[in-house]
Design a protein around this ligand. Sequence first.
Ligand code: SF4
Ligand code: SF4
Length: 361
Amino acid sequence: MSIEEEIRQKAYALGIEKLGIIKPEAMLDYADRLRERMERLPNGKALYGGFMGFADVQKNIPWAKSIIVAVFHYGHYIIPKDIGDRYGKSYLVDSRFNQDSPERQMLIAFEEHLHDLGIKTASNEHPGITAMRWAAYKAGLGIIRRNNFLYTEKGSWVGITAWAADKEMELIENHSLVECSENCNKCVKACPTASLSAPYTMNMATCVSRLSSSNDAASYDDETNRQMGGWMYGCNVCQEVCPMNKDKWEDTDVFPGLADIQRFLLPSQIIHLSYDDIEKHITPKFFYIKKESLWRWKLNAINAMVNDYKEEYLEDIQYALKDEYEVVREAARRALDTPVRFGYGKTMSNSTRFKEQGDDC
Ligand code: SF4
Ligand code: SF4
């Protein structure tokens, strides 16, 4: 049995959904994809130039002779209803830096097996050693659809990890996926901020996932706030509306620790949490918002409550007038002083909003 086959069998025995191995050179054309994106977007160079290093893995890891890519399915966890349309699902069941996650344990066991085989590896949980979706695509593990997500036969609810390895190997997998229908534009139409402005063209700067986790010392204008709807951290819209994800989420397993923090994640609760408690209970899981920017959580909470307004939120928003950060007090004042903004409360919840947007495509 070849070493590649031995590695593949071990991966599948551990529960990894798909595994492939590519040569480092296979990633070089990722630079072309980045250049295309930079040309298409006015601020593209500032947004995407920093990712160029992902194309040349050997520049950062000179001993790398191959890249092992693993895809694992996370779309089997029960997502609590009250937070399911406020948080990106991938973040709710994120295995990165979470030793209790079965997926993390699986990947650790796999890495140990590579070491047992005498293979030296390098990886990191965030941001990774290369562009994960492109690496998985090059390894034949799936296709990148128009919403920019990697899809396997299990849809886009998959995580990707890659290791640089010091052994020359190659293993390109097969898949049975078909490309997006020529006529389908549902993901582009449904994007609440028009960040996904055309197939494969997403402006990271205006994606709700980025806006809701930004550490920039800025609040947003009313239009951006309105577009962000009830999202607190991340956004599922362009994946939820996709017909290729229909019935792909299985909702069968409990993600470790999620129930323990669920109550802290509601906007009306976050507003009352001390910053120490946010750091203690929320930051470990949602680590893009850094310690020095924890006020972002309260801005998101105020915004979510305004956009999905219910009378009971009034007290919560008023509570934010006493926040220790001026940016939060200012957001609360803006919310309370501009009654028209409460008109957003008459709009739909996130789930209803994107279902309807998807249906009229
Ligand atoms: S995650 Fe949301 S905001 Fe970002 S591109 Fe997709 S639909 Fe648009
Ligand atoms: S919504 Fe349609 S166009 Fe967008 S990724 Fe899914 S199948 Fe492709």
